[in-house]
Structure formats: C-alpha cells, structure tokens
Design a protein around this ligand. Structure first.
Ligand code: ADP
Ligand code: MG
Length: 337
C-alpha cells in the first residue's frame, strides 16, 4: 500500500496545481487566505480557505478526511469498516454512511454495472500503483469478475455482509464522500470561501465565483476552465495511475464487464455536481461509459459532464458547455445534445 503513494502524489499534484492556482489568483487576497496541504486517502489534498474560522476549518477538514479513511472506507487499513466487511463479517452500517451507499447502489444500477464499487477482486489482481502491478492472466480475470456485482451484496439498509471472495473497493468514491462531509461541516463554520481538493475531486463553495481547471491529459497545465459559483467537481483520467508493459498502457479505471482497463474513447471524464459522492462515482462511471452514454447518465442525475478524447476534442453536456472556457487552442469543443 505504501508504495502506491509515490505515483499518486506525482500525478495528482499537477491537477491541484492547475486548479488551485486559478482559484487563488482570482479570488483570494493574500492576507485573507489560509492554506494547508496533507496526504490522505492515498493522495495529495489541499485546502484554501478564507473567513474567521479558516484555520479551525482546515484542521477539521483534514481530520474528517483522515478519520473517514482509516475508520471506515479504506480497504487496506486493518480496523476500518470496509476492511472488516471484506473479511466477510457482517457489519452495521450507520445511517450517516447508508445514505452514501444508497447513492453508490443507484449509480451501479443506472450505469448498468459500468460503475461497480465491489470490483476489489479485479483491482487487487492488477494492483495498479503498487509494487505488485502486473497484467493478470485471462483466466484469473474471468474468475475475479465473477466475484463482482453490487447486486450480490447482502444489505438491508442497516447491516451488510460481503459474499465470500468479493471485495469492496471505494477508491472511486471515498474522496467525494469526504467532500460531502466537509461541506456539511463548513456550513456550521464562519467561512467566506472554501476550496478543498482531495486528489482529483474538488469542492468550491462560498461567496463569489470560482474557476476550476481541467488538466491537460498526462501533462502539466490545463486545457479548459469551468466557471462556477459553487460545486463538487471530480475528474477520472486514464493518465492518473497506470503502468506500461510491452508497449501497452494499463490504467486504473476498469470495465467491470471485461475486467480490463476501460476503453471508451476518452482520456478523462469531469463531472460537475451538487454532491461530492455523485461527482466522484459518476466520473468513474462516465469514464467507463464514454462521452455519449456518460452524458446521458449525467443528465439523469441533473449533473454536467466534460469528456476529453485522445484526439483533442472536448465533449460537454449543454450545461457544462455554458460554464466552460477552452484555454488551450489545440482543443475544440463539441456539445452533446
Ligand atoms: P482516482 O481515485 O484516481 O481519482 P477514480 O475516482 O476514477 O480515480 O477511481 C478509480 C478507482 O476506483 C480505481 O483505482 C479502483 O480502485 C476503482 N475502480 C476502478 N474501476 C472502477 C469501476 N468501473 N467502478 C467503480 N470503481 C472502480
Ligand atoms: Mg471517481
């Protein structure tokens, strides 16, 4: 697990640097600003806050993220709820967590299984980002995909048992869930502006307007800017975590149907939502589904999506297109209607 950190840190800082620099330049005067950064959920996290409670809020947000990971969502930390569930023991699911599971089950169904938070057996085989990453044999992949499927979970809304061999993997949603908890906390504090980045998931809220950059795929800098007066924005990209073997690139977003890295014609999916859990889960779902089906899924949830293809096209839902400024002239915009 520890060895995963190197890759995550190197790649994710770029996203944050792009997005945060914009927000800082436009909206914060130096005297008013409190910034901090930390590593949690196996990724680089940063906060930029203004207002009377900024310093206290930064501490609270860090604690929320770390605690949620170590006590609840991590599948690697012994003692977390997900770790215990993956040992196949029956566990109570507190109400505060059940609402997030409801969302994840719903995205699983609405995406027809393209989003599946129970594919840990398949992610473990690939082990992307660890010292054990490798291309598994097709028989292993077939066996592991047979163990997945959120519909096989035994869950009644308050207690859950994971069937033998199945492993929950909340890597696609943990940062979004943490941002929802952070937003709820921020509402009880005296903050003027609030920018919280947890890896590729960002919360911007407070007074005024914000600009969030969409990273140039696999490179430093950004290709477009999203203008918003407050939102949760998550990006899933095939350039974030991957390894290469015999000239082939294998990335970390998997197609639950095949057990192989998803190939849907896009290199990143960015979702703009009013919930962190939704933005994070949908960004993964939409990456697997591709631009057209991804856009349909976004609209079902009242969310907006921006999908970048390898041939420098930016596909956007109509609402996203209105928020979007293309800043790199080698990219062109197509609105999905
Ligand atoms: P990141 O965590 O890099 O920001 P994502 O939010 O897209 O990116 O989550 C990717 C992680 O989610 C993978 O590392 C893996 O743990 C898990 N995952 C991969 N494919 C899927 C999928 N189709 N559905 C749900 N979770 C997935
Ligand atoms: Mg995600």
């Amino acid at each position: 697990m520890e060895s995963k950190k190197k890759t995550a840190l190197k790649t994710v800082i770029i996203i944050i640097a792009a997005a945060a620099a914009i927000c800082l330049l436009v909206f914060f005067s130096r005297s008013d600003e409190y910034t901090d950064s930390f590593i949690a959920m196996d990724t680089y996290c940063s906060v930029k806050l203004s207002g009377k409670d900024a310093e206290e809020a930064a501490k609270e947000f860090k604690e929320i993220t770390e605690k949620l990971d170590s006590e609840t969502l991590s599948r690697f930390e012994k003692g977390s709820l997900v770790y215990s569930l993956n040992e196949n023991s029956e566990e109570n699911i507190p109400e505060s967590l059940a609402k997030y599971f409801d969302t994840l089950f719903d995205v699983y169904r609405q995406s027809e299984g393209a989003y599946d938070f129970t594919l840990g057996a398949v992610s473990d085989l690939w082990a992307i980002g660890t010292d054990n990453e490798r291309v598994p044999g097709s028989d292993e992949i077939k066996a592991a995909t047979g163990l997945c499927g959120a519909d096989k979970l035994i869950y009644d809304g308050s207690s859950m048992t994971v069937p033998g061999g199945m492993k929950l993997d909340l890597g696609s949603a943990g940062k979004g869930i943490a941002l929802d908890e952070i937003k709820a906390k921020s509402d009880s504090l005296n903050l003027k502006k609030c920018v919280v980045s947890l890896g590729g998931s960002v919360l911007v809220c407070g007074k005024g307007n914000f600009k969030v950059g969409i990273q140039k795929p696999g490179a430093a800098g950004y290709i477009a800017v999203i203008n918003t007066d407050g939102a949760f924005i998550s990006t899933s990209g095939s350039y974030e975590r991957y390894f290469e073997k015999d000239g082939v690139r294998y990335h970390h977003i998997l197609d639950p149907d095949t057990g192989y890295p998803a190939e849907s014609g896009i290199v990143s999916a960015t979702i703009i939502a009013q919930s962190g859990t939704l933005s994070d889960a949908l960004s993964t779902a939409c990456f697997v589904l591709g631009a057209e089906k991804g856009a349909e899924l976004c609209l079902e949830y009242g969310c907006e999506g921006v999908f970048v293809s390898a041939d420098n096209k930016i596909y956007a839902t109509p609402g996203a297109a209105e928020m979007l400024e293309i800043t790199d002239s080698s990219y062109s915009l197509e609105v999905i209607r």
